[in-house]
Ligand binder design. Structure first.
Ligand code: EPU
Length: 423
């Protein structure tokens, strides 16, 4: 990708549906033998990969203009080969529905960004509590519950997002009451629970520490709209502040981004919230100030925005410390940011950023979805034409970030494939 920086972003764009809500909601459709429709689905690589997986396990899927229609014509065969499992992290979400419906599920080691160890113990302990027998053979997880799943109290060692979702997906059809204690509270969990309740599930407390699920015999099909993508929202807001811009985002839920909005205001941006809109504005002569932050589970500052905001903090006055407390290996963007001129003192999961450092264009490579987004933020603030490689990561998680930025006035262009491959 080619990007010429120092263009002030201005204007308005509409945000897409949430990637990390689309994935569990697609998996939820496996819980019914009736057709389901999910709307506002972002056209991203991870969604397309999960759709391939759904087709493999025996359902018909159509995806057009943001609508996915899932028709579960075949039996849900929850045995996922390694090649499909490794395509994305959320492939493992096949386990919960398959176990609930057929009493058997197996999945190769799931893929996803290399940002830390990403174990599965929370998922497996929960499945065991629900009565499943679990074996792990050569990285492959095999689960059996020949007598069906029974409701149970599951106290999570960590409020894992996909872990909470998988256990919710398994428990909705279990016999009796389940409780997920120390559950993840991300808005994507509530989005999934809303979809399941719309299908006839009895879930209360989603979005809080404890979720209660009263198992039901069967679920009907769904008609469900996804929540807006709060990480795309955050990436655009951070991009605007990095260019001292003035933008309005439409179709968002400001309460999903409070931690970020608080930090942007602290830095010195003017932040406005409407019912489904957010505005940020930075005057050309405003003094932007350093801040410290910790990336935490929701409602803390989102780890998925840690790399993009680190890029922004290189451009503000003073010393900022960014402490990544969710993933232990999510600092791969720092070396690339230094190529633009960033002054960052390595500190393991808590680097110290000393700003402001005027950025000049660089040739850089993204290592995962959000690291690549951070390099775009950096290039927007850099003098001259940057080249960003590894944009295939971006396509996994953002429906059209370059297009949205272009609509806001950025000079950004996808490079021909050959140029991309040569780097
Ligand atoms: N963890 C465990 N045991 C488990 C599972 C996770 O200890 O069984 C730990 C992990 O090692 C990590 C922490 O829990 O330290 C958080 O992991 P979590 O399971 O919550 O992450 P995830 O569910 O695998 C989702 C998103 C990620 C996002 C994280 C945290 C999806 C598909 N992925 O991953 O999104 O960073 O939650 O919010 O929902 C992205 O979109 O770029 C992305 C990586």
């Amino acid at each position: 990708m080619r990007l010429t920086g120092l263009r002030r972003l201005s204007g308005e764009v509409t945000v897409n549906g949430a990637k990390n809500a689309a994935l569990p909601c697609l998996a939820a459709a496996l819980l019914s033998d009736e057709p389901s429709r999910i709307t506002r689905v972002p056209n991203i690589e991870d969604v397309r990969r999960l759709i391939d997986i759904l087709a493999f396990v025996g359902v018909e899927v159509e995806f057009a203009s943001g609508d996915v229609v899932i028709n579960p014509v075949g039996a849900c065969d929850g045995a996922l080969p390694d090649s499909l499992a490794s395509a994305l992290r959320a492939s493992f979400l096949i386990m919960g529905p398959a176990l609930a419906r057929t009493g058997t599920a197996s999945c190769g080691a799931p893929g996803g960004d290399v940002i830390g160890a990403r174990p599965l113990d929370v998922h497996l302990a929960g499945f065991r509590a629900l009565g499943a027998k679990i074996e792990t053979v050569g990285g492959r997880t095999i689960a059996e519950a020949p007598h069906g799943l029974r409701g149970a109290t599951m106290v999570l060692d960590y409020p894992s997002v996909l872990g909470t979702e998988n256990l919710l997906l398994a428990a909705v059809l279990a016999k009796g009451r389940s409780r997920i204690v120390n559950a993840a509270m991300e808005p994507e969990i509530s989005c999934l629970a809303d979809m399941l309740n719309g299908m006839g599930a009895r879930i209360s407390g989603a979005g809080q520490h404890t979720i209660t699920i009263d198992g039901v015999e069967r679920l009907s099909g769904a008609d469900h709209e996804l929540i807006p993508d709060r990480i795309e929202t955050g990436t655009l807001l951070i991009s605007a502040v990095a260019t001292r811009g003035d933008i309005r985002l439409l179709g968002v839920q400001p309460e999903h981004n409070e931690a970020l909005l608080g930090k942007l205001a602290e830095i010195g941006a003017d932040v406005g919230r409407g019912q489904d809109q957010i505005e940020v504005r930075v005057d050309a002569d405003a003094a932007l100030q350093a801040t410290n932050l910790q990336a935490l589970p929701f409602p803390g500052f989102a780890t998925d925005l840690q790399a993009p905001i680190t890029a922004l903090l290189t451009q503000v006055q003073g010393t900022s410390i960014v402490h990544e407390r969710v993933f232990e290996n999510r600092m791969q963007h720092l070396d690339e940011l230094r190529k633009f001129g960033a002054n960052i003192i390595a500190g393991g999961v808590a680097p110290v950023i000393i700003g402001p450092t005027p950025f000049t264009a660089a040739l850089v490579r993204g290592s995962d979805i959000r690291a690549t987004a951070a390099l775009i933020v950096a290039a927007l603030a850099a003098k001259g034409e940057s080249r960003i490689y590894g944009v295939e990561h971006l396509a996994r998680g953002y429906a059209d970030l370059p297009g949205q930025l272009r609509a806001l006035g950025a000079d950004i262009e996808q490079l021909p494939m050959l140029d991309t491959l040569n780097h």
